[in-house]
Design a binder for this molecule. Structure first.
Ligand SMILES: NC(=O)c1ccc[n+]([C@@H]2O[C@H](COP(=O)([O-])OP(=O)(O)OC[C@H]3O[C@@H](n4cnc5c(N)ncnc54)[C@H](OP(=O)(O)O)[C@@H]3O)[C@@H](O)[C@H]2O)c1
Length: 306
């Protein structure tokens, strides 16, 4: 019987630790961390993600603020704003909610964030440090995945890991993290030949593709650990019924919200796993918890607090 790896449980533990540390440092130094999130243009999902980050930060004693800018903002104006925020001594963490509207060059914008405030861990300096296996601010979703596997006692050393997805947000930094843990890693993507043959070798299989229920049982080795990063909003009732049968929770979601969230892993594939992450409630909650941990780390380093 496959064991579920609940991200929520670990996320609550991490947040409680951050809260206690923020309180201790405030008592000792009179200072509190501050996190600023930037939202450009109107994007409903980005607005929800950013508000979740703001509310979580505030619940842990971190001062948090969202700066909203209109779609008409130019890239130069956004970079100018980032420079001002980089210089602001009271701000410890700075993030730009992605995706940016298409006219922006995301990499140029990320490069303009001060590496010491880059709590998303996407700045080239922080990614470089990750590849060098040196300390730095780590991308939150992959860092959360590694923490979750360790929390459930999954051994990483010497394991054959296959990651499906090569984005800078998930797949690539996660590969570096597994290598740093002495795993043997293969990354697959849309041009990979024989995906099923490669995936089904994995002791640990990570699906980070953004394709609902794509990972079928034939991609999973019996007893593998399966991590499902996908968050797909699906509103097609016939598709949901085909994947989940008559699942009352999914039916209720569709009726009440008009969509339900589906991971990249088909439910039948989970049955072959020894451990798997659910969607929702698996990797998702850890991303925000790791962001809070990064904000605390940036605060301590910048202000030289122990
Ligand atoms: N839980 C969380 O907190 C969290 C955080 C971030 C993302 N996510 C979710 O994770 C998923 C991936 O996000 P992302 O930002 O990494 O997405 P992304 O930038 O769109 O990257 C998707 C990757 O999957 C690969 N891919 C797509 N279809 C494929 C196929 N049929 N076969 C093999 N590879 C395929 C793509 O290959 P190519 O490179 O060849 O195009 C690409 O490398 C999304 O559902 C997203 O919502 C969740």
């Amino acid at each position: 019987m496959a064991q579920v790896m609940e991200g929520k449980t670990l996320a609550e533990k991490i947040k409680a630790e951050v809260k206690a540390e923020v309180r201790r440092l405030q008592a000792e130094s009179g200072q509190v961390p501050k996190l600023v999130g930037i939202l450009v243009g109107e994007n409903k999902a980005s607005e929800i993600y950013l508000r979740t980050k703001e509310k979580t930060a505030q619940s842990l004693g971190i001062v948090s603020e969202i700066r909203r800018f209109p779609q008409s903002l130019s890239q130069e104006e956004l970079i100018d704003q980032l420079r001002i925020l980089n210089e602001a001594p009271e701000i410890d963490g700075l993030l730009v909610q992605l995706p940016l509207p298409p006219k922006f060059e995301t990499n140029r914008v990320i490069e303009a964030i001060s590496p010491e405030k880059d709590v998303d861990g996407f700045h080239p300096l922080n990614l470089g440090r990750l590849f060098m296996n040196e300390e730095g601010l780590r991308p939150c979703t992959p860092a959360g995945i590694i923490e979750l596997l360790k929390f459930y006692g999954v051994s990483l050393e010497g394991q054959e890991v296959v990651i499906i997805g090569r984005s800078l947000i998930v797949g690539k930094p996660l590969a570096a993290m597994f290598i740093n843990e002495n795993s043997t890693v293969t990354i697959c993507h849309s041009r990979t030949r024989n995906l099923a043959g490669i995936a089904s070798r994995a002791d640990i299989l990570v699906a980070a593709m953004g394709r609902p229920a794509y990972v079928q049982p034939e991609l999973v080795k019996e007893g593998a650990v399966v991590v499902d990063v996908g968050i797909n909003y699906v509103s097609e009732a016939s598709f949901i019924e085909k994947i989940f049968g008559d699942d009352p929770k999914k039916r209720q979601d569709l009726q009440e919200k008009g969509y339900t969230i589906v991971g990249d892993v088909h439910p039948a594939a989970r049955e072959k796993a020894s451990f798997y992450t659910p969607v929702p409630g698996g990797v998702g909650p850890l991303t925000v918890a790791m962001l809070m941990q990064n904000t605390l780390l940036a605060f301590k380093r910048r202000r030289q607090l122990g």
